[in-house]
Design a protein. Structure first.
Length: 118
């Protein structure tokens, strides 16, 4: 059974930073790709960032390039999303996902709320 638990969300002012974490209970975590996605109010879930199993390849949505950084610690079975220079339009529930491809992802966390005030 795969479980993903996100943490680190909260309320921050525009221009501020947050770091999200996603702890995975996957025996073979280091072989899985990991991704971050978000769903804003009244919007569909969208891709934010993804990272290869080794951490050597990362991909970002254009809207977050240069502001967000995805990373992973395979020893801790954890993936991170460092979010800097946050904007009100970054307000969303952030989900981590995983799978052998991801996206599309096979497993999802429950999400963590990020709210950016102007």
């Amino acid at each position: 059974q795969v479980q993903l638990v996100e943490s680190g969300g909260g309320l921050v002012q525009a221009g501020g930073s947050l770091r999200l974490s996603c702890a995975a209970s996957i025996r073979t975590f280091k072989t899985y790709r990991m991704g971050w996605f978000r769903q804003g109010p009244g919007k569909e879930r969208e891709f934010v960032a993804a990272i290869s199993w080794s951490g050597g390849i990362t991909n970002y949505a254009d809207s977050v390039k240069g502001r967000f950084t995805i990373s992973r610690d395979n020893a801790k079975n954890t993936v991170y999303l460092q979010m800097n220079n946050l904007k009100p339009e970054d307000t969303a529930v952030y989900y981590c996902g995983t799978g052998t491809v991801c996206p599309p992802c096979d497993y999802w966390g429950q999400g963590t709320q990020v709210t950016v005030s102007s």
